[in-house]
Design a protein around this ligand. Structure first.
Ligand code: SF4
Length: 519
């Protein structure tokens, strides 16, 4: 028996924790702490701990698929690449959009950008990380030096190992101020909690100014997945500027920072428009309708199910590459096992597609791509602690302020959203849904409701209900919690199977909603 430990980077959130993959006879079978990590000191949250489970999940797709009628039918690589070439022939410029997962490596995203610019001749190249927020100052270890920390959003669940640094700073005397829309885990550990009324995050951030003190304050904003991220981040940055505090926005995705550094167009400028074709690498945008859809992914995501051609891609544990975390630390993702039979690294797929379309994006390895990206750096130089790129001045777009929620009538509740420590969203949602321990812990969407409201509705813990807004409905399991005010309910920003927060929140931070018992 051969046993080895391969250090790598967590594929979930922008904290960029490391752990070692335990590899037995060439196959990933577990994970172990990587104590030398400069980011997490060998700790991980639940997602990081169980991230090894997705590597050899039975749900992996290992054969290309082509849509025939309404069905995706297995095909050979030659057939699938020919179908891609056929479907995309002559489609370029404004007629095509290209989406990169920000949970993919820098090398994959860079190669895909070249496919967009050199082969498709389009600037419609984006990622869910491109929400108009470019602000990463200071290091994660530097949180210890802050004497006052303003945490906007439930960092405890979105970036748990950054929350751990906040807890450590608090233990050493730092004042912690939390701004959130309910009594979240972050709010509970704060010295001062400023509660935002649903949709009132900007006003709450302004209120928080009264509590900021000290000479080394820090404002942290956990970037979510709504239309209002930039507007709320701008308010957080304005607070930091007013108080002469440092400001850092924490990307939701493992390589959100890397995607921004490579250069992606604003997501809202590209997503949701009509195209003749869409090319999606590893992102779950939900079903994409209209046009010819090509998806590279490791799992049959919601987007992959709607594709004309699906090309099976390797997962993080099967490739070499790099990811850049919230503090701009470029770290090595290391191959722990050979790719499953039939799958290829994302950059290799991009290269083959380019070749079929008459382009040339040819590299010998991920390292060769990295060398082209960062001529002054090398994988060798990243071996120990990675490399922290110099921070640039924070830039936050004006954005669209969160909509005020007017609950009443048919929709008597204000539904607020926020991260879940157990599951991700978009590409990270696809990953967490394929870690069986995470699914065992939280197997369905859930709705948290105040006990008084639960009694009035006659719903009990564990019961399945329908949660609806004017945008749509989902099934969710009831959790009863005094963390929510009467009249306010919480549904996490996650997806599970066919259910997704996007169906009811539609990209808003909060909406009016109702709860109905099962008939
Ligand atoms: S905090 Fe983020 S990067 Fe760290 S283990 Fe958890 S999900 Fe992974």
């Amino acid at each position: 028996m051969e046993l080895k430990y391969v250090p790598t980077v967590c594929p979930f959130c922008g904290t960029g924790c490391s752990f070692s993959l335990v590899v037995k006879d060439g196959k990933v079978v577990g994970s172990a702490p990587f104590h030398r990590s400069p980011v997490c000191d060998g700790k991980t949250c639940q997602k990081g701990h169980y991230a090894y489970e997705l590597v050899n999940s039975e749900a992996r797709i290992t054969t290309p698929m082509i849509k025939k009628g309404d069905e995706l039918v297995e095909a050979s690589w030659d057939e699938a690449l020919a179908a891609v070439a056929d479907g995309l022939k002559g489609v370029s410029g404004a007629d095509i959009a290209v989406f990169a997962s920000a949970n993919a490596t820098n090398e994959d995203i860079y190669a895909l950008k070249k496919l967009a610019s050199d082969v498709f001749k389009t600037g419609n190249f984006t990622s869910c990380a491109a929400l108009g927020i470019d602000a990463s100052a200071g290091t994660i270890r530097g949180i210890a030096k802050a004497d006052c920390i303003v945490a906007v959003g439930n960092i405890f669940e979105s970036h748990p190992l950054i929350a751990r640094r906040i807890v450590n700073a608090k233990d050493k005397g730092a004042k912690v101020i939390a701004v959130d829309s309910f009594n979240s885990s972050m709010a509970k550990l704060a010295d001062q909690f400023v509660k935002a009324v649903p949709g009132g995050e900007i006003e709450a951030i302004k209120e928080a100014a009264a509590f900021v003190e000290g000479s080394a304050a820090l404002v942290l904003y956990a970037v979510g997945a709504t239309k209002s991220e930039a507007a709320v981040a701008a308010a957080a940055k304005a607070l930091a500027d007013e108080k002469k505090a440092a400001f850092c926005a924490l990307p939701a995705q493992a390589n959100g920072r890397g995607a921004l550094d490579i250069g992606v167009a604003p997501f809202d400028d590209v997503f949701g428009k009509e195209y003749k074709a869409c090319y999606v690498m590893g992102e779950d945008l939900g079903p994409v309708e209209g046009g010819f859809i090509v998806v590279q992914d490791s799992f049959l995501s919601g987007t992959a199910k709607s594709a004309n051609v699906v090309l099976p891609a390797a997962v993080y544990a099967e490739v070499d590459g790099t990811m850049t975390n919230a503090e701009r630390r470029i770290q090595l993702v290391r191959k722990a096992q050979e790719p499953a039979e039939g799958v290829k690294a994302n950059w290799q797929i991009v290269s083959e597609v380019a070749g079929k379309l008459g382009g040339s994006i040819a590299y010998e390895s991920a390292e060769a791509i990295f060398n082209e990206m960062y001529g002054d750096l090398s994988y060798e130089a990243l071996q120990k602690d990675g490399f922290v790129k110099e921070a640039t001045a924070a830039v936050v777009a004006e954005g669209v302020a969160p909509a005020a929620v007017s609950a009443g009538g048919d929709y008597p509740f204000a539904l607020v959203t926020g991260p879940s420590i157990w599951h991700g969203y978009g590409a990270a949602g696809t990953l967490s849904e394929n870690c069986h321990s995470l699914v065992k812990e939280v197997p369905s969407m859930f709705v948290k409701i105040n006990p008084v409201d639960a009694k009035a509705l006659d719903v009990k813990k564990g019961e399945t209900v329908t949660v609806s807004s004017e945008k749509g409905s989902i099934k969710a399991t009831v959790r009863i919690s005094k963390d929510l005010d009467e009249g306010v309910i919480f549904v996490p920003t996650m997806s599970m199977g066919e259910e997704c927060i996007c169906k009811i929140a539609g990209g808003e931070k909060a909406v009016a909603a109702k709860i109905e018992k099962e008939a």
